[in-house]
Write a protein that binds this ligand. Structure first.
Ligand code: SF4
Length: 257
């Protein structure tokens, strides 16, 4: 038995059961929310990196506004790197935390230039997922979640990014019971997500986390995953709300860069 793995005394059997359960959850969410389709026009990895910085701690509509204003005002990454910070802050203010984000954007652009010699991350497309994650996380403030979002949303890899919301739901569903961090959940989920379902499961769990399995006061009474859930504080079951379906999709910044 691997101590501390959280897999129990029969790890491979348990992984098989968890793989089947994850596939079931992906299917139930597609029935409930629809099957998300990824755009065929993907942003560049650098566009995605900067958009991800702007998306932190704000809603997707405001961060999208901030991103659009940033790209409209400055003609190139070089112009953003050289812009006075005051002007950068004013441009992205609508996205919140403009002070911190302006610093992070400048630091990231400087790191890209230092590491790759230009404001371009296109070379990442030729590298393995592990290498991309390793390279991007060398930059200050870039974590595994951001690196895996670049892989999924800009490079089109079949990968399953885990933010705090996805982490919370995976734990409640008993897929990664006991995982303390999104990084650990990301590692545990790698072998569970069915092939080709990284985008669908990630996108639907984000939507599911906003609409139903919220951090506080989850709407367990309408939850389509009620029978899969092992959350000790889950509420009473009611009728699944079938009106909350395909037309009820939230805007997601990372799908609209
Ligand atoms: S039953 Fe409640 S806690 Fe469990 S997954 Fe559904 S909404 Fe979340």
């Amino acid at each position: 038995m691997r101590s501390g793995s959280g897999e129990g005394p029969y790890p491979s059997l348990n992984r098989r059961v968890l793989r089947a359960k994850t596939a079931r959850i992906a299917r139930l969410l597609e029935e409930f929310l629809g099957t998300p389709r990824q755009s065929t026009h993907l942003p560049t990895p650098l566009e995605m990196l900067i958009a991800t910085i702007l998306s932190q701690n704000t809603n997707d509509k405001n961060s999208h506004r901030a991103y659009s204003l940033l790209r409209k005002k400055y003609r190139s990454w070089d112009a953003i790197a050289r812009a006075p910070r005051r002007s950068l802050i004013a441009t992205i203010r609508v996205g919140g935390m403009a002070n911190q984000k302006s610093v992070r954007i400048k630091e990231t652009l400087a790191a890209v230039k230092a590491q790759y010699g230009e404001y371009d991350l296109a070379d990442l497309k030729e590298k393995s997922n592990d290498d991309v994650i390793h390279e991007l996380t060398q930059m200050k403030g870039i974590g595994v979640k951001t690196a895996s979002c670049v892989l999924l949303f800009a490079i089109g890899r079949d990968i399953f990014p885990v933010d705090t919301h996805v982490h919370r739901i995976c734990n409640r569903l008993g897929l990664t019971s006991g995982s303390k961090t999104p990084e650990k959940t990301f590692e545990l989920m790698k072998s569970l997500v069915p092939q080709g379902k990284g985008y669908s499961l990630h996108t639907n769990l984000i939507r599911f986390g906003r609409k139903v399995c919220r951090s506080n006061n989850p709407a367990c009474n309408i939850c389509p995953l009620y029978n899969e859930c092992v959350y000790e504080s889950k509420g009473r079951r009611g009728r699944v709300n079938r009106t909350m379906t395909r037309a009820d999709h939230d805007f997601m910044l990372l799908d609209n860069v």
